[in-house]
Ligand binder design. Sequence first.
Ligand code: GCW
Length: 689
Amino acid sequence: GWLRYARIKGAHGYHNKLPSAIVTLNATEGLPVYTAGQELHQGIEGIFGKKLELDTGRKKGKGKGKGQHGDTTATVGTVAAYVDSNPSAASDLPELVDDGFYLSVSRGNVLILGQNERGALYGAFHYLSLLAQGNASDFTLTSNPDAPIRWVNQWDNMQDGGTHGSVERGYGGDSIFFWDGKVRDDLSRAGQYARLLASIGLNAVVANNVNADPKILSPENMDGLARIAAAFRPYGVQLGVALNFASPRDLGGLDTFDPLDESVIEWWHDTTDELYKRIPDLAGYLVKANSEGQPGPMTYNRTLADGANLFARALQPHGGVVLFRAFVYDHTSLDEDKDWKADRANAAVDYFDGLDDKFEDNVVVQIKYGPIDFQVREPASPLFSRLIKTAAAIELQVTQEYLGQQAHLVYLAPMWKEILDFDFRVDGKPSRTADILNGKRFNRKLGGYAGVVNVGTNTTWLGSHLAMSNLYAYGRLAWDPSSTSEGLLAEWIKMTFSDDKRVLDVITKLSMESWPAYENYSGNLGIQTLTDILLGHYGPNPASQDGNPWGQWTRADADSIGMDRTVWNGTGFAGQYPPEVAARYEKIETTPDNLLLWFHHVPYTHVLKSGKTVIQHFYDAHYEGSAVAQTFPRLWKTLRGRIDDERFEHVLFRLEYQAGHSLVWRDSVNQFYFNKSGIADEKGRVGNH
Ligand code: GCW
């Protein structure tokens, strides 16, 4: 990843700007401040070839100024430990929130103070990241995370029919956590993963699949989970556990899992206590209920709030939180042919309607960014604007399920930023998604981010070197959503590959062009990624979208296409937004072209704001998108010799594949709509040849 600490050009020239010794304050081996000392030691040696003295025994901070080891010192610890030995410094230190840090660099004297141990480690990683980018100049910085929940979800299965620990929608190999139905003996990769995540400010991982196996809570597996938590702990990463709602019955042997039943409540309290005995710093739970065949409270006619509160109450004595997913829908009852108003996109708001004041304080509703399912373009989920009292987290997908499965380069930060910057105009006031998540807009304490990452045993983590920019950007955006897509890329490229100008320019260009290109060749105008719905979500299959109960419909017929989600004539989804936004999406004239077919059903001959017809836009966009993908291998080849051959070849192979596959996408989709509509391409490329 980006933590190579590779030697930079002119490393020796920096030596007088670097500390000569590292002092950690109140460090305990296995906890983040101790780790911070080790990282600084390892990092500065790697980046500059300078080996520092490391003093981890220090109880008292000397702080800025001369250390006793040499002329300059890097001091790292918590604010409390520092103030303990330098009481007079207290008034000069800035306000920090949980996990925040203060960093000051002055002619080789470095002070890194965290609000907590984790914050100190984040500060050390931040300093190292600047050094790795060749920046050793003097500065002071106060950095606080935008939101407290900065979690990772892994969809790792403990068992997969056979012996494997596979990863659902994972494209980087088997699970690093599970094998043969148990937690792996060797968890060294889990520790490395925590290191990677801590370096970008992520603070918890749910290691098991949200389609959860009840056996995760067997005594043996609880012991295993405790070992995972121990592997994470040096990096300040907490473990979370995904639960199966029916566990009291399927694991506990009760005859019910009704959330209001006394025996069920007791079972969850006991089980939670058992877990916390083994893992006192457990972050909490993640729950998928009543969705895609998973059990939930609605089985007993209880509400989703009854379900969420069951766990929330069991967690309260331990300070844990429950992330309760809003991805609730019934894939068995939707009938496209019979019901013009049926719409899976409505489900989340419908199910959570009326529950806003019913949740316990430690419930966070985890909402996918769009109302359907990680498509190449979706409007921001209206549920963000409907929960006022209940904390919310956004669920983003780093693993590219519908977005090329790491075989296509698709840099996702620009897409995420569109969602995070979206203004819902709740009560006619600015209401950006990011400000709803961080709690500011509705005055809430909890909230934040959950990223489905799905790394595996593959040495590249995600299965592709370039896909790692998405993980990097995810963590950094969760810390600071105002970061720019290009800025994040530049940091990542410099640390991962090189600061060579050409390397920077080429990877930036490829990455920034990749999402628009993918949208153009895989599904534009808000029609969604026209991938195969039933098989694997990979490759083109526009026909598979319709005629099934999964509800990712396009309603394409011989004359017209798109989902009518208006209030006046359609599914009513547009009306789930606050009035200003609802009015905008209700009318074709005010709906942006890129979401036209998400909200409206129109003839193929409908003329867009661009002046083109819908069908001609399809033809052109699919040609344009794939033409951009054709340029990727050519551009990449100009980097030969500027990065190591191994990664050069690995990436080239994928970009060549993507260039080819984009043609398959282009031609299948274009031909499909030509066959449907019978309308020829003005440019004569698509048709009966
Ligand atoms: O995106 C869909 C995926 C499923 C996933 C589900 C969910 C974990 O295809 O693989 O299951 O969503 O998010 O629950």
